[in-house]
Design a protein around this ligand. Structure first.
Ligand code: NAD
Ligand code: DAU
Length: 349
């Protein structure tokens, strides 16, 4: 199989590429614009593989995509490229509208033009996999979980742009017959996650002895999944999913933010003792995120039942491995912290 992966230099995309080059015989062309969030270093282990190649391209570039499809002749597309950080979408939504909506539209249009020109057998087996988030469903109260039929109710510019892109993908299936699969996953964590997201931010600030900024009272709940479990799920959806369907992906690991931060403090204290007692002393409650969704929880019954996917990590094993990874990989994150843009956001400039 020849696969185009968009956003393959990002946190999840790079894990997908590492996993698939290691465990399958697929050939991958990674299409990525290389925004601030990209990490080409995360692809070092595959860069020498004859089954991997990289193309620097903006998914809003229609002619560039058309030429790429012509050259690559892919059997499938897995679309992960996106602006992904909620706080940035609140500060400056424009890039989210461009990449997540216009970029998704441009990719769908280029994929459809290419797909229509394929011989019948290849047209039937072609797949377009749109990778999305549980945030499109909005916020839950204390009980219940998102299923594939939960109505969309996005609350942030990020989740609204992702919800719109999901609707575009769905419409391309119903209107044009493009064999579209959609997946909606909960919060990921693991190696190479850009340190603006909760878990790596808390690990790196904890290592440096800096304040750990918890929004509001820290009572918001997220449902955590290790990125390698997500990568394995995406492969199952791509290769075994039913076109026109969507699949929720989650690890059944709901945690309050404050409990996640406590767990990180305790792991760091165990692995690198804090001379001043405990890193919990660094926890600082700061202003809440505007429109902050209270709780996310995924009901992953469909992908478990229909595709036989089960996560391999628990939150406890995955978080420990992640803290250990950041402790062992300062050579990856130190240059990121020293870049001016990230430094400003993290208060480390
Ligand atoms: P990320 O921000 O780490 O990576 C995004 C990648 O997309 C980067 O490499 C970036 O350079 C690239 N990109 C951005 N704009 C582009 C453009 N216009 N053209 C080409 N490439 C572009 O994101 P991530 O956390 O790896 O998320 C990947 C996907 O998974 C996104 O679609 C996101 O919505 C979805 N998702 C993320 C999570 C999570 O917890 N991180 C959970 C569920 C779903
Ligand atoms: O649910 C899936 C989504 O998870 C993905 O679609 C997004 O791309 C991804 O960024 C993530 O969104 P969140 O907003 O849930 O993740 P974030 O790491 O930004 O925040 C997690 C929780 O922690 C959230 O309730 C806000 C809180 N938080 C976050 C940061 C960065 C803090 O309390 N302090 C912080 O400094």
């Amino acid at each position: 199989m020849k696969l185009i992966v968009t956003g393959g230099a990002g946190f999840i995309g790079s894990c997908v590429i590492r996993t698939l080059i290691r465990t399958t015989d697929v050939s991958i062309c990674n299409v990525d614009k290389l925004t601030y969030a990209a990490s080409p270093e995360a692809l070092a282990e595959v860069s020498g593989s004859p089954r991997y190649r990289f193309e620097r391209l903006d998914i809003c570039d229609g002619p560039g995509l058309a030429a790429l499809f012509e050259r690559e002749q892919p059997d499938a597309v897995m679309h992960l490229a996106a602006e992904s950080h909620v706080d940035r979408s609140i500060d400056d939504p424009a890039a989210f509208i461009m990449t997540n909506l216009v970029g998704t539209y441009t990719l769908l249009a280029a994929s459809t033009a290419y797909w229509r020109g394929l011989p019948e057998a290849r047209r039937a087996s072609f797949r377009y996999h749109h990778v999305s988030t549980d945030e499109v469903y909005g916020s839950l109260g204390d009980v219940g979980a998102f299923t594939e039929t939960t109505p969309y109710a996005p609350n942030s510019p990020y989740s609204a742009s992702k919800a719109g892109s999901d609707h575009l993908a769905r419409a391309w299936f119903h209107t044009y017959g493009l064999p579209v699969l959609v997946s909606n996953c909960s919060n990921n964590y693991g190696p190479f996650q850009f340190p603006e997201k909760l878990i790596p931010l808390m690990i790196l600030n904890g290592i440096a002895g800096r304040p750990l900024p918890v929004y509001g009272r820290g009572m918001n709940v997220r449902d955590w999944l290790h990125v390698e479990d997500h990568a394995r799920a995406l492969w199952q959806v791509l290769t075994r999913g039913q076109p026109g369907e969507s699949y929720n992906i989650g690890g059944n690991a709901e945690r309050r933010n404050i409990d996640v931060v406590h767990a990180i403090c305790d792991l760091l204290d165990e692995l690198v003792p804090d001379p001043q007692g405990s890193r919990r002393r660094l926890i600082t409650h700061v202003s809440d995120r505007p429109g902050h969704d209270l709780r996310y929880a995924i009901d992953a019954s469909r992908i478990r039942r229909d595709l036989g996917w089960v996560p391999q990590e628990t939150f406890e094993t995955g978080l420990r491995a992640t803290v250990e990874w950041y402790l062992a990989n300062e050579a990856w994150w130190r240059p990121i912290l020293e870049r001016r843009y990230a430094g400003q956001r993290l208060g480390l400039a």
